[in-house]
Design a protein around this ligand. Structure first.
Ligand SMILES: [Ca+2]
Length: 201
């Protein structure tokens, strides 16, 4: 545990090392962290890998595989920054489109943010940045459940490359609603209800 925390704390310079050596350890580390509710996490929906950090900047750097290392730690400021959002999720003209394989673009498919969910209203508290290689309109293997830490916890959402649909129950069951853009409150019906999700456009 201690090793993992130390590696994570070393930050961006060691990002590749952390990813290569300690992905499982980083995931375990989230369970021991004292301030779990305010952790900024990244979930790779291709394989379920999850890593959590103290700050948005660290989480975004991890989500983008070290491509974006200067994001603000204020989630609201980040969402208002159109240029930053384009760096995170690709140009709006490409949103919803499945990324070309072997894209030469610096915005490789696997380092784009598909969408983000937040524990509190107004993009507050902890967050999860979802990444995945298949773009939108695809049910990723790891999106059928939110995971224990995040079940029935989401209160606000932000589109990235994709819009996000939240489902009341696991396995895309129960009522559902698709959220587009920056949504400061998912509404009384969906608040603290989401148990699975999919990406749409
Ligand atoms: Ca639920």
């Amino acid at each position: 545990m201690k090793t993992a925390r130390t590696l994570a704390a070393l930050g961006l310079g060691t990002l590749a090392t952390v990813a290569a050596l300690a992905s499982p350890a980083v995931a375990q580390d989230t369970k021991a962290a004292p301030d779990k509710a305010n952790q900024q996490c990244v979930v790779n929906t291709d394989n379920g890998d999850r890593a959590c950090f103290a700050t948005h900047r660290e989480a975004i750097a991890y989500a983008t595989k070290g491509r974006v290392t200067d994001a603000p730690n204020d989630a609201r400021a980040a969402l208002k920054d159109e240029k930053l959002q384009e760096r995170l999720s690709g140009p709006r003209s490409q949103h919803g489109i499945k990324p070309a394989k072997n894209a030469k673009s610096a915005l490789a498919a696997e380092s784009r943010v598909l969408a983000t969910v937040y524990r509190d209203k107004d993009f507050g508290g902890g967050s999860v940045y979802f990444t995945g290689s298949q773009g939108c309109s695809f049910r990723y293997p790891w999106s059928a459940t939110m995971g224990d830490d995040w079940n029935d916890a989401v209160s606000s959402t932000a589109s990235g490359q994709c819009d996000i649909t939240l489902y009341q129950h696991a396995d895309y069951r129960g009522f559902s609603q698709t959220f587009r853009g920056n949504v400061p409150y998912v509404g009384d019906a969906m608040n603290d209800q989401a148990s699975s999700y999919s990406f749409d456009r």
